[in-house]
Design a protein around this ligand. Structure first.
Ligand SMILES: Cc1cc2nc3c(=O)[nH]c(=O)nc-3n(C[C@H](O)[C@H](O)[C@H](O)COP(=O)(O)OP(=O)(O)OC[C@H]3O[C@@H](n4cnc5c(N)ncnc54)[C@H](O)[C@@H]3O)c2cc1C
Length: 383
């Protein structure tokens, strides 16, 4: 995204701001909340409006942990990092439940738990290993070598504490609880740190002079600063939803199969939502900020619906896509821009923003305000 000289001539009114958050998604609204709690006066600038990015296009799964099975995560990142990230995920869910309990507006949420489901015998063996590794670390899960749904799976792990939320309502609620001022329809197009104690930001409506800035622009970050190119990869994800089913909710869980490439849940009005289909279409779905649906992915979703849910005859009523920010190593990125120490960021949630985003936002605010090291999600690991 770029802004032409006709749209903004850099002569916009000047506004001095204490703490500026860029992006009003789940992470930006949570960051605004934490900075306000720390006594800062917060303004959020957003190119669209509250929660119109990935934060309201997702499936609303609050699944604990990363998108990798536990033992695979240990092999990849090491046990200490994995323990820290699972704890960060629990902290995040704690915050989300707090926001829901204290919400000034209704936010629908159901503690229905989640099911990780094996699509093959091999995945079943992997699930068993994941369950043993989780149990060895004292994490309460229930492994079953049978299919709890009777839909052709080979094994399952049930995580009782997980939940399904209405994500748009959740972000609206966090925004309201943040007490921040929102300036919508106001794209950021240039950042300069020309003075040591403040940052100049060019947006369509204002030139801001901010004490501190936090970029919560996830998938769109490479369009804002070259630092993110190759570190955050915009990646499309798609869903479909049926009409309300005649007998109401069908699965009563967050179902997550084929190593997380396919997922489904009931909506609160009894429709079946199915997402995924990226594994078969990676070349098409990776490295794009175009949030239109594509036929090949929608065909995979429909085939899954017909294969796993032959009992569902309700028509498909809506299809959509959103853009996730995949980080190059699968972990969130929190840090400050190398040449702009007053500009922090919390990005790269790899399709698991409801598991990692709010805890990462808290660490990013702590880094900017107090210099607290963000731990394993520090972007310094990428050099
Ligand atoms: C189809 C789909 C299903 C998913 N399912 C799940 C799930 O079930 N569970 C889960 O945990 N995660 C899921 N995710 C991922 C989850 O949605 C994200 O991790 C999360 O929403 C990230 O939040 P965010 O605030 O960082 O990003 P976003 O919600 O994308 O917010 C970024 C904001 O920055 C704004 N912005 C960008 N550039 C600029 C600019 N230059 N100036 C001003 N504003 C700007 C954007 O407009 C946007 O509002 C899914 C994602 C998709 C697309």
């Amino acid at each position: 995204m770029t802004v032409s000289i006709w749209q903004a001539e850099d002569a916009q009114p000047l506004r001095e701001v204490d703490f500026l958050v860029v992006g009003a998604g789940l992470v930006g609204c949570a960051a605004a909340y934490f900075a306000s709690q720390a006594g800062r006066e917060v303004v959020i600038t957003e190119m669209r409006d509250v929660a119109l990015g990935a934060s309201s296009r997702n499936a609303g799964f609050m699944i604990t942990g990363l998108d990798t099975y536990y033992h695979h995560a240990i092999e990849r990142y090491g046990i200490d990092v994995v323990r820290e990230l699972w704890a960060l995920s629990r902290t995040t869910h704690g915050h989300l439940h707090y926001f829901v309990e204290h919400s000034p507006i209704p936010v629908r949420i159901e503690r229905c738990g989640s099911l990780l489901l094996a699509e093959s015998e091999e995945e079943g063996r992997d699930l068993e290993k994941a369950a043993r590794a989780l149990e060895a670390d004292g994490i309460d899960v229930e492994y079953s070598s049978k299919d709890p749904l009777g839909r052709g799976y080979y094994a399952a792990i049930r995580q009782h504490q997980d939940a399904a939320v209405q994500p748009y309502e959740l972000v609206q609620s966090i925004f309201q609880q943040s007490g921040a001022e929102l300036i919508a329809n106001n794209e950021l197009y240039r950042i300069e740190q020309d003075e040591p104690d403040c940052v100049t930001l060019y947006t369509r409506q204002y030139v801001f002079k901010a004490q501190q800035v936090l970029l919560c622009t996830n998938a769109y970050s490479p369009l804002i600063d070259p630092y993110f190119v190759g570190k955050v990869i915009p990646t499309r994800a798609q869903c479909l939803v049926t009409a309300p089913l005649p007998n109401g909710p069908l699965v009563n869980t967050c179902g997550y199969s084929d190593y997380g490439y396919m997922y489904y849940r009931d909506t609160f009005d009894g429709r079946l939502l199915i997402g995924g289909g990226r594994k078969q279409n990676k070349a098409l779905e990776n490295d794009t900020t175009d949030d239109r649906i594509t036929d090949p992915v929608q065909r995979v979703l429909e085939a899954y619906l017909r294969e796993k849910f032959p009992d569902v005859t309700a028509p498909i009523e809506r299809r959509w896509a959103g853009i996730m920010g995949f980080s190059v190593d699968g972990l969130p990125l929190v840090g400050t821009l190398p040449d702009k120490p007053r500009v922090g960021f919390a990005v790269g949630f790899h399709g698991h923003g409801l598991a990692m985003g709010v805890g990462s936002a808290e660490r990013a605010v702590d880094l900017l305000l107090h210099g607290t090291h963000p731990g394993a999600i520090s972007a310094a690991r990428l050099g």
